[in-house]
Design a protein around this ligand. Structure first.
Ligand SMILES: Cc1cc2nc3c(=O)[nH]c(=O)nc-3n(C[C@H](O)[C@H](O)[C@H](O)COP(=O)(O)O)c2cc1C
Length: 319
């Protein structure tokens, strides 16, 4: 097994999975700015049986994204086993991740995502079924707690399984996506898990990354919303560590990257790629002062020329 996790330089800066957002186009952009590892959007292990085409679309990637990890969710060990075999054979990413953190009702109600933390026996079966059906390194992504189920007990229960890495979203299921990050539990996870630990939650700047790393003793951080319209964050995080902090990107830089992102998205997904680009364009514009009014145009883009027109108004010249 090629366990890429151990060859990554620390601290590791990962683009955390974001459903509907971290597609191949966005992952390539983030990789270009220095993300050490990128995750796919969460992908149903069960969907292989019913919607193979759309499932495959979510997983496709370009070699420039490596190391690239496919994240699976579900609640049926057999589905995980066949998904793991298929992903290893046909998709050939660098790793497979299992989602134990998703709180959204559609996932949670089927006993998948965060719900699996409340059913450690099934969680263990799921992890084993992936490990036994892939030569790739297996990682997991969890929350701090889900209802009565705490992370540390969960880690003790699955202790001994060959899990190479864990990304810990330092919030409880009840917190959803806001509120304080439980740094203490993330730090204590070190005594319960031998592999790579990535702390996640609330990193939007080098200062926040440094604080999270220092307080948790993690090997790296996962950045999710901090990268929206702001893929520079990876460069910014890295240069902060080399003592050569980069400033904010100029409006021209933002436009150039937004245009590159739109072209990639259109090439990969056609018209749908442009529609999906609407939200990204709004996020990019949030990083350019004085562009609030332009966001009304950004949410209506229909083709690559519309993107260029919006960005032209930012820079006063074609991007
Ligand atoms: C819109 C959205 C989609 C998400 N999709 C996923 C996903 O597919 N898989 C996953 O493990 N976590 C997902 N997450 C959780 C993030 O990976 C991350 O744990 C969370 O946003 C906290 O990190 P942040 O504060 O850096 O955003 C999602 C979060 C949001 C806001």
């Amino acid at each position: 097994m090629n366990n890429f996790w151990t060859s990554l330089r620390k601290p590791i800066f990962a683009l955390a999975p974001l459903s509907g957002i971290t597609d191949s186009a966005f992952r390539r952009i983030c990789k270009g700015f220095g993300a050490d590892i990128v995750y796919s959007e969460l992908t149903s292990s069960t969907a292989f049986a019913y919607q193979p085409e759309s499932t495959l679309r979510i997983m496709r990637f370009n070699d420039s994204e490596r190391p690239y990890v496919v994240q699976l969710f579900g609640n049926n060990p057999e589905h995980f086993a066949s998904a793991a075999r298929f992903v290893s054979r046909e998709i050939k990413p660098d790793g497979i991740d299992i989602n134990f953190g998703c709180p959204i009702p559609k996932v949670f109600k089927q006993g998948a995502g965060a719900a699996l933390m409340t059913n450690p026996a099934l969680a263990k079966e799921v992890i084993l079924s992936v490990i036994e059906n892939t030569p790739l390194p297996v990682s997991i992504k969890t929350r701090i707690s889900v209802k009565e189920a705490g992370l540390l007990n969960f880690l003790d229960y699955i202790n001994g399984l060959d899990i190479k890495s864990i990304m810990i979203h330092g919030r409880s299921y009840a917190q959803g996506f806001s509120g304080p990050n439980d740094i203490v539990t993330t730090r204590n996870a070190r005594a319960h898990f031998k592999g790579i630990i990535l702390a996640n939650g609330g990193v939007k700047s080098p200062a926040e990354a440094v604080a999270l790393l220092e307080k948790t003793g993690a090997d790296g951080v996962g950045v999710a919303r901090g990268a929206l319209g702001n893929p520079w964050i990876f460069k910014w995080l890295k240069t902060a560590y080399t003592g050569n902090p980069n400033g904010r990107p100029s409006a021209e830089d933002v436009c150039g990257t937004a245009m590159e992102h739109a072209r990639l998205s259109a090439n990969l997904k056609g018209e749908r790629g442009i529609i999906e680009m609407r939200k990204h364009l709004c996020w990019y514009l949030q990083h350019v002062p004085g562009t609030r009014a332009l966001r009304q145009k950004a949410v209506k883009i229909r083709n690559i020329q519309d993107v260029a027109d919006v960005l032209e108004q930012v820079t006063g010249q074609l991007c």
